[in-house]
Design a protein around this ligand. Structure first.
Ligand code: SF4
Length: 321
């Protein structure tokens, strides 16, 4: 009898790499004004190539344009249009583009089956270190966004970044804050435990996070978070077979979106599902695809998204486990 772990067959579209924040560990950012934004036509061309390949989720991931910039509206419109275009091909959009206003979230709910924002860490201490020049990383603003997502009934993915200078106690406090918000609104579908992984483009190297702590951290997270929240670990960042299996034994239930490139950690390519299966199955685990919205939230998606969600539920149900 196999136990099951899930993943999302996904492809990432990046409207822009430019970002007004400067997190010192970032491997994604380009300075404002120095990036050529994705056009809707380019997005269309990339989406066309994905048809018929079993890819369900389009992750829309972007650097942030300052809320008071005169380019903010153009940035938001591009994100919205990329979501619309993804839907027009039958894909399911999941947007994670940093801090948004209530109105922006409300609009994006119309074209997304779920959305996401990493809490990262709750402690404001990091505003003096890795987030000195990252105003969007103020924990109170991120908590507010999690809260708005609950009020707007948006199925939501969040998570914490491990190894950016937080203490063990601060990690637990971050998870406890997520748990508290979920108990109020019931909208957190998954929590990502993302180990900071040194990359070739980051401004400042941080001490390497000891990956072998992960099974214990997963156990702690499982004890803090309600059982209906999935726990996700990125297999490209936990790239030791025994450790990955230990993470599953400790309570991780999902391996996130797997696609051609991890845009946030470009030095760490995703494994393909077949590679993972050959590791997992001998250890008694099956690997199955899932949608970017978990089934308990299907009744929250907007009317126009119901039919594509049902299509993908039926499609994955036909795949033998
Ligand atoms: S980590 Fe995200 S918010 Fe920070 S600089 Fe990079 S893209 Fe911007």
């Amino acid at each position: 009898m196999y136990r099951n772990v899930t993943y999302s067959p996904a492809y990432t579209l990046v409207p822009t790499y430019e970002c007004f924040n400067q997190c010192s560990y970032c491997n994604f950012r380009v300075a404002p004004g120095e990036d050529k934004w994705l056009s809707t036509n380019e997005a269309t061309e990339r989406l066309q190539v994905l048809l018929g390949k079993g890819i369900c989720e389009i992750l829309i991931l972007s650097g942030e344009v300052h809320p008071r910039s005169d380019r903010r509206q153009a940035w938001f419109n591009l994100i919205y249009n990329v979501c619309e275009r993804s839907l027009s091909f039958g894909f399911l959009p999941h947007t994670n583009v940093g801090l948004l206003s209530w109105e922006e979230m409300e609009k994006l709910k119309q074209v997304n089956v779920s959305m996401g924002l990493m809490l990262e860490q709750l402690t404001p201490r990091l505003l003096q270190t890795v987030h000195t020049r990252a105003p969007s990383k103020q924990p109170k603003l991120r908590l507010q966004q999690l809260e708005w997502a609950g009020q707007l009934q948006i199925p939501f993915t969040t998570g914490i970044l491990l190894g950016i200078g937080e203490t063990e106690e601060e990690r637990s406090q971050s998870l406890a804050a997520i748990s508290k918000i979920h108990q109020r609104y019931g909208h957190i579908q998954e929590v990502i435990l993302q180990p900071h992984s040194l990359g070739s483009q980051q401004a400042l190297p941080l001490p390497r996070f000891d990956l072998h702590q992960l099974p214990d951290i997963i156990g702690q997270a499982r004890a803090i978070l309600p059982a209906d929240i999935a726990l996700q670990i990125p297999p490209n960042l936990v790239n030791y077979p025994d450790l990955l299996l230990a993470c599953l034994e400790a309570g991780a239930t999902d391996l996130g979106g797997l696609g051609p490139k991890d845009e946030v950690n470009p030095d760490y390519p995703h494994p393909v599902p077949e590679q993972l299966r050959s590791l997992l199955e001998p250890a008694g685990w099956s690997l199955s695809p899932r949608l970017p919205v978990y089934p308990q939230f299907d009744h929250w998606v907007c009317d126009r998204l119901i039919s594509p969600v049902q299509h993908w539920r039926d499609f994955f149900a036909q795949i033998p486990s």
